[in-house]
Design a protein around this ligand. Structure first.
Ligand code: NAD
Length: 293
């Protein structure tokens, strides 16, 4: 049965490494990296994500700054705070918690984040640099970077392999596909309008699924020996759980385990890597800004 790719353990290892580097920086120049988060509205899930990011910062010694704005704020309100953080030398990373309220133009707001503080890698210039391959982007988005990092740390060859990415969102599917292409995989993107997705997925040596559809990828979709990175986080009813639901991925885990050579569990796979990569991007940004090696 498939080897389990333990994202939780890898994320812990990365966070331990970051903690040491932050301490070194503090000892050498008396400065620690800073991450600012802007949250607009009162979505419970977003508040939880922001709280977790804050805790993760504290655990490694990164200073976190936070602004919570009411749901009915204007774009100008948000842009003003972004401008302040862009100017603030203590802040090395700025993160806009998505989704923004519907009355806001998300692209306009993401565009306002200084490209060298764009730790989420969502600025169109960073995506453009990622796509063009002749220069490095300032930052690569955290979840996509986490997926690739897991493949690297588990010694999985990407070069020359056929990778199928399920989903083409700006925040996961698209940047994952660009990153895998940079790593010399041959990529195919499957999305909601794709005909016969199972036929295409079955050709993959590496499957990255980010569709947000519980148990969509069945065992029969998987080539024997394929590696599966399951980004999906989907709640399904579970009367036995105290919360009444539990989280599953896009891939039918039990079936996949019998066919794949390696797989990320949900939870405990890609999820923990996202925050680790955010901390790593923030540290890198601080090092670059302070010219600290
Ligand atoms: P999204 O809804 O923006 O995009 C989903 C993509 O999947 C779309 O491009 C759509 O075309 C495609 N898709 C939908 N149904 C499909 C189908 N039946 N067949 C093929 N393709 C289909 O979602 P997103 O923001 O990219 O997130 C995707 C999933 O990843 C969600 O479950 C989300 O919770 C999870 N996620 C996890 C992390 C993490 O840290 N692990 C981070 C971000 C998102």
């Amino acid at each position: 049965s498939a080897k389990v790719i333990d994202g939780k353990a890898v994320a812990k290892q990365i966070k331990d490494e970051i903690k040491i580097e932050v301490l070194k920086m503090k000892d050498a120049i008396g400065v620690v990296p800073g991450l600012a988060v802007i949250l607009v509205g009162d979505r419970k899930d977003s508040a939880t994500y922001v709280r977790n990011k804050k805790k993760a910062c504290e655990a490694v010694g990164i200073t976190s700054y936070e602004i919570c704005l009411p749901e009915d704020s204007t774009e100008e309100d948000v842009l003003k705070h972004i401008a302040d953080y862009n100017e603030n030398p203590k802040v090395h990373g700025i993160l806009i918690q998505l989704p923004l309220p519907r009355h806001m133009d998300e692209a306009r707001i993401l565009n306002a984040v200084s490209i060298d503080k764009d730790v989420d890698g969502f600025h169109p210039l960073n995506i453009g640099l990622l796509a063009k391959r002749d220069r490095e982007p300032f930052f690569v988005s955290c979840t996509p970077k986490g997926c690739i990092e897991l493949l690297h740390r588990y010694g999985i060859t990407i070069k020359g392999k056929r990778a199928v990415i399920i989903g083409r969102s700006n925040i996961v599917g698209l940047p994952v596909s660009l990153l895998l292409q940079r790593e010399d995989a041959t990529i195919t993107i499957v999305h909601s309008r794709t005909e016969n997705p199972e036929e295409i997925v079955r050709q993959a040596d590496i499957i990255v699924s980010a569709a947000g559809k519980a148990n969509m990828v069945r065992g029969s979709w998987i080539k024997p020996g394929a590696v599966i990175i399951d980004v999906g986080i989907n709640p399904i009813d579970d009367p036995e759980s105290p919360r009444g639901y539990r989280l599953v991925g896009d891939v039918c885990y039990d079936e996949a385990c019998k066919v794949a050579s390696a797989i990320t569990p949900v939870p405990g796979g890609v999820g923990p890597m996202t925050i680790a990569m955010l901390l790593s991007n923030t540290l890198d940004s601080a090092k670059r800004a302070l010219k600290f090696e």
